[in-house]
Design a protein around this ligand. Structure first.
Ligand code: ZN
Length: 374
């Protein structure tokens, strides 16, 4: 990255385009927060239906959203999006015949993903769980806008809506799942808990780290992830206990690069291992799962492992514990099966020819043993 880093939302607005991969989402950078969202709603004659993280109710900056007529408050604190949450929201929208609304997802990755999933599932007949996977034939759904209130997930841009289903944690991966428009204002992350801001940036770092080392990702995706890696490293080299406008602006830049680099880019071993952990621990946040995985992958990602330790220490965060989330030795065989199924991620990490030999069941099980006993 050559440009000087922004120290405020206003400076972020004057940054020249900093990503390479083209995305279908219109990107609006603002320092006026939700006023910009409401201005766009009026200017474009959109009929909004808000899908908003319930925890934002306490923040004055978001009060205007909760006063609106059509609001669905999602409790994102305890769980990731479940396929049942998507089905309920779709049923509500259908019962109210809301086929002309724009869903506006405001919150962290889960809330934005819920809006994206409901938007596309609205136009498709089956349950959300039937669309978990890749390359499925789906019709275009409702228009969706995203407004991140936490930076780092990349969900504002990705054509992926991650969901936890009855059998597996897997997203809807479909071009129609991407938002049509996103409004980015770093101020909106001001009220997010320090734990969430720290761990979301950790996940942002892991995404960039893994894509930058991927053997199957596109050249532009790798170039975007190298810039994202630099930016997320910069943010995580600070103590994030207190919110800071400059760091929030840089986090927003890294997050957008997380979205662009996911198009044509693929994460690797740490994410593959994390999916096994997530499937065995319903209350384990995704970002903590990937941290646990990275801490056990010293041999595969030596510098990623060392930096993870450094960022945790700098932020006074203890090493996360898998057992604290209920993961036990008896879960190892199920977790190994889940991780083995993440073929594309292993190919990304080790290469299409070598992965089967390197990501062998015995080795994967030994990684989980390290995590469970750590
Ligand atoms: Zn991740």
């Amino acid at each position: 990255m050559k440009t000087p880093l922004p120290e405020s939302a206003a400076e972020l607005m004057s940054q020249p385009r900093w990503w390479r991969v083209d995305v279908p989402t219109e990107i609006v950078i603002s320092d006026r927060g939700l006023d910009t969202v409401f201005d766009l709603i009026a200017a474009r004659g959109v009929k909004p239906f808000f899908v908003v993280d319930a925890s934002l109710r306490d923040q004055p900056d978001f009060a205007r959203v909760f006063e609106q007529k059509d609001v669905f408050a999602f409790n994102a604190s305890y769980s990731e999006v479940r396929t049942g949450d998507v089905d309920s929201l779709v049923a509500l929208l259908r019962s109210r015949r809301m086929d002309d609304v724009t869903l506006i997802g405001i919150g962290g990755g889960s809330t934005m993903d819920l809006a994206k999933a409901a938007g596309i599932c609205f136009a498709n007949p089956l349950r959300a769980q039937d669309y978990q996977g890749y390359g499925m034939e789906m019709a275009r759904g409702l228009d969706v806008w995203t407004v991140p209130a936490l930076n780092g997930t990349g969900a504002e841009l990705t054509p992926i809506a991650v969901m936890r289903g009855p059998e597996k944690k897997l997203g809807i991966n479909n071009p129609f799942a991407a938002a049509g428009l996103t409004v980015i204002d770093p101020h909106l992350s001001k009220g997010a808990p320090a734990f969430n801001r720290f761990y979301t940036m950790m996940d942002c770092y892991f995404h960039h780290y893994e894509i930058s080392r991927s053997r199957t990702s596109s050249k532009d995706a790798i170039a975007d992830s190298l810039d994202g890696l630099e930016l997320s490293r910069y943010v995580l080299s600070h103590d994030l206990e207190k919110w800071d406008e400059g760091l929030a602006a840089v986090s927003a830049m890294a997050s957008l690069l997380g979205g662009t680099s996911s198009t044509g880019g693929r994460v690797g071993a740490a994410h593959a291992i994390s999916y096994g952990l997530s499937n065995s621990a319903p209350f384990l946040p995704h970002s903590v799962a990937v941290t646990l995985a990275m801490l056990a992958l010293k041999d595969v990602y030596p510098d990623g492992h060392a930096e993870t330790l450094r960022f945790l220490e700098l932020n006074g965060r203890p090493l996360p514990s898998a057992r604290a989330y209920g993961i036990r030795p008896r879960d190892i065989s199920a977790m190994t099966r889940t991780a083995l199924g993440m073929e594309k991620l292993w190919q990304s990490c080790f290469g299409p020819d070598r992965w089967k030999k390197l990501a062998a069941p015995g080795w994967i099980a030994s990684i989980y043993e390290t995590i469970v006993n750590g």
